[in-house]
Write a protein that binds this ligand. Structure first.
Ligand SMILES: Nc1nc2c(ncn2[C@@H]2O[C@H](COP(=O)(O)OP(=O)(O)OP(=O)(O)O)[C@@H](O)[C@H]2O)c(=O)[nH]1
Length: 492
């Protein structure tokens, strides 16, 4: 792609505009709306990829992002040099493009500090604020007591279940302290609370028959983000009529807890706190309370932490192998572990679309990939990190399911292993996830499923076949070569 800057005057104007847009207080502008004049601030992050940013990136190299313009201010001499060479070009109008391959590249320095420093300053300011008001209050409003354990303060408060409402449960975890009645009429002064410890709550569980066997789908809420993360649990033993919960049942402690003094069996059944199989004639609500730590004499459960990928999982995109990986993970956790033990494991499904950058940015990143950038560069050009995911919520969900004391993890991603270990999850073993199209190059690896070759490429939905194609190949290689994924590359 080439960037046209036709005259020195235009070049200086672009620098001025960049200076304005990257300054610590970006400009406001007024525009007319149906109800009058609105005053808007320019929002860097929400703006579509702007040509000026691209100009800066192209002039300085692919390491330059929205937040990291080249750290070099053109000296007066360089600017004069540019002006002189450009006016020579102008004079001999036979060479009209001063930004062609031979022309000196303009350099630009952002008016902002690097993003890492700005974040640090923000954190320090926040910390100082908390030091001054260590308890964190919503001033003028009565405080709500804060408790110490997992189910407090957000979950422990007994839900006011009304007898004709099935399944009214603990209030969803919320990062905010809500107050009941203001004691004065003066407007409340809101101060930041110190960050509350992460808490997760399983709100409901249900049986889902899949092409690989039945799984229990668990829906979680938490007090850190507003997303509903999921866990698919394969533990088909639990569907037996004579099943009794034991120490290696994969069950959610927060779901099994007593949510209120007046909760009924129907409340428990409706949210999935039952034993055996739920049918019109068999309905056994579970007893409140649970101890689910893994016992020593069973094979460690197979666990995958999977991040949401709308494109790969719903329309079978062949840009990535996400749909195929989800299918493969569900297949593997459902496979009998031995001749005597059935499948046992879980897929923790995190709503961290696009490696945490969100669907909107991922769609933009795909356009940049079409322009020749790889999956890492595309993220960086949009002002994001190569991977913005966190695994603390996954670890909390694993603890809730009793999956913290030893698992076999299905992944090629070293970050996942490290992050879980930092969170205190015992990863006993790692099992690689070989893309199905690469499995065919390895004689010793069984190609997943039956009859794959007969299926259509890109059929990545659950129970589907192999995904392959040139874009997928580039994506997989980038993960190995640039993101350190632990996977042997097949021959080109
Ligand atoms: N930003 C961005 N995200 C992508 C792209 N392709 C896939 N993704 C996202 O990448 C994530 C894939 O995550 P996971 O399935 O957990 O896999 P992983 O990090 O590759 O690690 P493994 O455990 O080895 O599979 C999902 O959130 C996808 O939406 C891309 O080109 N750009």
């Amino acid at each position: 792609m080439s960037v046209q800057m036709t005259s020195p005057a235009a070049l200086m104007t672009d620098f001025d505009v960049l200076t304005m847009l990257t300054s610590s207080s970006p400009p406001s502008f007024k525009h007319k709306t149906a109800i009058g004049i609105a005053n808007n601030r320019y929002k860097r992050r929400e703006a579509p990829l702007d040509p000026l940013l691209l100009a800066a990136a192209i002039s300085s190299g692919p390491h330059v992002t929205r937040h990291h313009y080249h750290h070099h201010q053109p000296s007066i001499q360089e600017v004069e040099g540019l002006l002189a060479s450009s006016s020579t070009n102008d004079a001999s109008s036979s060479q009209p493009n001063p930004t062609g391959a031979d022309a000196p590249k303009p350099k630009y320095q952002s008016q902002q500090a690097p993003r890492s420093e700005r974040l640090k300053q923000k954190e320090e300011a926040q910390h100082n604020e908390n030091q001054r008001e260590p308890l964190g209050v919503v001033a003028n409003l009565p405080r709500r007591p804060r408790g110490p354990s997992l189910l407090q303060p957000i979950f422990a408060e007994p839900a006011k279940t009304s007898s004709n409402v099935i399944g009214a449960g603990p209030p969803a975890p919320s990062p905010f302290v809500l107050s009941s009645s203001p004691s004065t009429l003066s407007p409340p002064i809101i101060r930041h609370l110190p960050p509350a410890p992460l808490q997760v709550q399983c709100m409901a569980r249900t049986r889902i028959p899949t092409p690989h066997g039945p799984v229990f789908l668990h829906l979680y809420r938490n007090n850190k983000d507003m997303k509903e993360h999921l866990a698919f649990v394969a533990d088909p033993d639990q569907l037996r009529d004579d099943y009794t919960i034991d120490t290696h049942s994969i069950r959610s402690a927060s779901l099994e807890a007593r949510w209120s003094d007046d909760e009924t069996d129907l409340d428990r059944l409706a949210r999935g706190a039952y034993v055996g199989r739920l049918t019109p004639t068999t309905q056994r609500a579970s007893e409140p309370g649970l101890s689910t730590s893994s016992s020593d004499n069973v094979l460690p459960p197979l666990v995958r932490i999977h991040s949401e990928c709308f494109t790969g999982e719903t329309i079978g995109s062949m840009r990535c192998d996400c749909g195929e990986q989800l299918d493969e993970a569900l297949r593997l956790i459902s496979l009998p572990r031995s001749s005597t033990s059935p499948g046992r494991g879980a897929v923790i499904y995190l709503r961290q679309e696009g490696r945490g950058i969100g669907l909107l940015s991922k769609i933009r990143a795909y356009n940049l990939q079409d322009m020749g950038h790889d999956t890492v560069q595309a993220n960086l050009l949009l002002g994001h990190g190569a991977d913005e995911r966190r695994y603390d919520i996954a670890a909390a969900i694993m603890r809730d399911l009793g999956l913290d004391s030893g698992v076999e993890l299905l992944t090629n991603n070293p970050d996942k292993v490290k992050s879980l270990e930092v969170e205190g999850i015992k990863v006993l073993k790692r099992r690689e996830m070989v893309p199905r199209s690469w499995q065919q190059n390895r004689e010793h690896v069984h190609v997943a499923g039956d009859n794959h070759d007969a299926r259509v490429a890109g059929a990545t939905l659950i129970g589907g076949g192999i995904t392959y194609g040139p874009e997928l190949e580039k994506y997989l290689r980038t993960k190995v070569e640039r993101m350190g994924h632990m996977l042997e590359l097949p021959p080109q």
